[in-house]
Design a binder for this molecule. Structure first.
Ligand SMILES: NC(=O)c1ccc[n+]([C@@H]2O[C@H](COP(=O)([O-])OP(=O)(O)OC[C@H]3O[C@@H](n4cnc5c(N)ncnc54)[C@H](OP(=O)(O)O)[C@@H]3O)[C@@H](O)[C@H]2O)c1
Length: 261
């Protein structure tokens, strides 16, 4: 079944309402959304689409020039943040506390691919670098922004994970995820999906869900993915524009919910 909305197009295998009326809901609530790694790729397209939905969007980016360019082009506010740096993340939260005073949606999008090639060549430094962005960066950012989320009447966290972190999908011969060997990226995303379910159980009153964008043409993969960034942000935008009570602890692609395992 194909469900069309003005902003979000999601293909649904189930009959559950998905997504809820995104445009009206967002405008009424004047949702404030902070996105990490929003200067390019999926983060930037998510920012563009959420601004179109009526969100106030804060572009988190580690490079000032790239972040300011994206914010100016999209009509957002730039907030410096390097998710691998405790002080930078704390400064970003303080910046938002001073200017907006709260956020309603945190999108943990910043991510790196890390090395591919022979798994036997991987080093501990390689592993630490990938985990520092893709997993520990999410912990840093989430912890720092929790006080701002708790000032929202409907707080939500969207973690941008990947089907590459799913044991089910990486073992299904019909899926493209089963045909790649990228040990650090896949294991970091597996950790992120578990982090998401644990946050969903433990962070009371906050919806915490994970999105799988699907294989999308961005710098992350040398633009080899078949999807456009608009297609790749369907699940992220849907999760960021849901109504209160939409549910927590879900792993969602643009086709609907997918297996955690
Ligand atoms: N593209 C896909 O097929 C695909 C599929 C599934 C999941 N994903 C996930 O989607 C997310 C976005 O990826 P993308 O495809 O849009 O890749 P991308 O175009 O390479 O964008 C990655 C973003 O993350 C930022 N970033 C990296 N390290 C950072 C750090 N330490 N602090 C702050 N920002 C940092 C980058 O900033 P700089 O410009 O400064 O490097 C950039 O803005 C990632 O989590 C990725 O794993 C992508």
């Amino acid at each position: 079944m194909r469900v069309g909305a003005k902003v979000v197009v999601v293909f649904l295998p189930s009959k559950r309402p998905w997504p809820a009326s995104a445009v009206g809901t967002s405008i009424e609530r004047m949702t404030i959304t902070f996105i990490t790694g929003a200067n390019k790729g999926l983060g930037r397209e998510t920012a563009r689409r959420l601004i179109e939905c009526g969100h106030t969007v804060l572009i988190g980016a580690r490079d000032r020039e790239r972040g300011e360019e994206a914010a100016a082009a999209l009509g957002a506010r730039y907030v410096p943040i390097d998710v691998t740096d405790d002080a930078s993340v704390a400064d970003a939260a303080a910046n938002v506390a001073e200017h907006e005073g709260r956020i309603d949606v945190l999108i943990n999008n910043a991510g790196v691919h890390g090395p591919a090639g022979d798994p036997g060549d991987l080093t501990a430094a390689d592993a630490l670098a990938v985990l520092d962005v893709n997993v520990i960066g999410v912990v840093r950012t989430t912890t720092a922004f929790l006080p701002l989320l708790r000032r929202s009447d409907d707080p939500a966290i969207v973690n941008v994970s990947s089907g590459m972190g799913s044991l089910a999908l990486t073992h299904d011969p019909d899926r493209p995820e089963s045909r790649v060997v990228v040990p650090l990226y896949t294991s970091s995303k597996a950790a992120l999906t578990m982090l998401t379910t644990q946050y969903a159980k433990g962070l009371k009153g906050i919806r915490v869900n994970a999105a799988d964008p699907g294989y999308t043409a961005t710098d992350l993969n040398g633009h080899s993915g078949p999807q456009t960034v608009t297609e790749g942000t369907d699940a992220i935008v849907a999760l960021a524009t849901e109504r209160p009570g939409a549910g927590t602890g879900r792993f969602v692609s643009r086709h609907g919910e997918i297996a955690w395992s």
